[in-house]
Design a protein around this ligand. Structure first.
Ligand SMILES: NC(=O)c1ccc[n+]([C@@H]2O[C@H](COP(=O)([O-])OP(=O)(O)OC[C@H]3O[C@@H](n4cnc5c(N)ncnc54)[C@H](O)[C@@H]3O)[C@@H](O)[C@H]2O)c1
Length: 295
């Protein structure tokens, strides 16, 4: 049985990851500073992983085969910039360092599509659409910068060529199961509000993913890590946009410079493509707001 340690196991994405991995037969160790890790975890341990000693301690204590690193200050501007940057970068470093030096087989680090730079106050235009993993990164705030540093930290440990295999996932705006039923999303709006008022979801280019689909991708990625090139990065998004009208029509209203390139986005297509995950992992998202939203 694979023993997998999930950091941030009490969080929006962490809860679904714990459940998905447990159902896939993993023995899950949940680590978080707050309670709330689902009961499917074999163990739920409180720990502050910004402390390198605590990070080493949990690896030494549980000797996991794999680590899914989700712990972070996950909402931009929810804390002061210095705290967000310091917390997220320190967490990524500590988890990669402790896992790499204690013989963990594989580490998946959560990054974010925000690394590409949408929403920058000085203006931002995608170089092309749909956006894939080759698109230039241009973070502009403490959160997106911390996520790019987390990705680069993962890549640095991959280059250091320890026995540990590394990868990162950039999940789109995560929608947890209860949010389809009307609970507020990370932005404080309900999914229905994000659909009804395009200016809300437009800032992040109408991206989203069901938390269970993101969890399935993470489960497949853990399985495939040994045969993948080390240090790969994957977008994980729904197969459609979180919008009632086509992005070819909506995106130019948010970013006028996309008038020409947005025409590549036919029908309900999203602005971010998960084609790499489909090609390299055989993963495709199963859920859409069209099938999940309870109204
Ligand atoms: N939610 C999204 O839309 C989204 C999108 C892209 C990327 N991500 C990334 O995915 C990951 C999970 O996001 P989420 O939405 O589940 O966030 P969340 O805030 O719901 O969960 C994060 C968890 O990390 C824990 N944590 C924070 N600091 C910690 C520490 N020092 N030690 C141990 N645990 C700590 C928190 O207590 C929390 O339970 C994050 O890395 C986030 O940046 C999230």
């Amino acid at each position: 049985m694979t023993r997998t340690l999930v950091t941030g196991s009490a969080g929006r994405l962490g809860r679904s990851v714990v459940t998905a991995l447990a159902h896939a037969g993993h023995e899950v160790i949940g680590v978080d500073v707050v309670p709330g890790t689902p009961a499917e975890a074999a163990v739920a341990l409180p720990a502050d992983l910004t402390d390198l000693g605590e990070a080493y301690d949990v690896m030494a204590r549980f000797r996991p085969d794999a680590v899914v690193h989700l712990a972070a200050i996950a909402t931009p501007f929810s804390r002061t910039d210095g705290v967000t940057f310091r917390t997220n970068t320190q967490l990524a470093f500590n988890v990669c360092e402790a896992a790499g030096n204690t013989g963990v087989g594989g580490v998946v680090v959560a990054s974010s599509p925000t690394v590409i730079g949408y929403g920058a106050p000085g203006g931002w235009t995608p170089s092309y659409l749909p956006i894939d993993e080759e698109h230039p990164a241009a973070p502009w705030n403490a959160y997106s910068l911390s996520k790019l540093v987390a990705e680069q930290t993962m890549a640095a440990f991959a280059r250091a060529a320890t026995a540990t295999r590394f990868a990162a996932v950039r999940p789109c705006f995560v929608v947890a199961p209860e949010e389809w039923a009307g609970a507020p999303t990370q932005s404080g709006h309900t999914v229905a509000e994000r659909l009804d008022r395009p200016e809300i979801a437009g800032v992040s280019l109408f991206n989203y993913i069901d938390a269970r689909d993101a969890s399935d991708l993470i489960a497949v990625l853990l399985q495939r890590l040994p045969e993948l090139p080390d240090g790969e990065v994957f977008f994980a998004g729904a197969a459609d946009a979180l919008a009632r009208r086509p992005l070819a029509e909506l995106l130019p209203q948010v970013i006028p410079e996309t008038a020409a390139t947005a025409s590549n986005l036919t029908g309900p297509s999203p602005a971010f493509t998960s084609a790499k995950a489909q090609r390299m992992l055989g993963w495709t998202p199963n859920r859409s707001w069209r099938t999940e939203l309870e109204i």
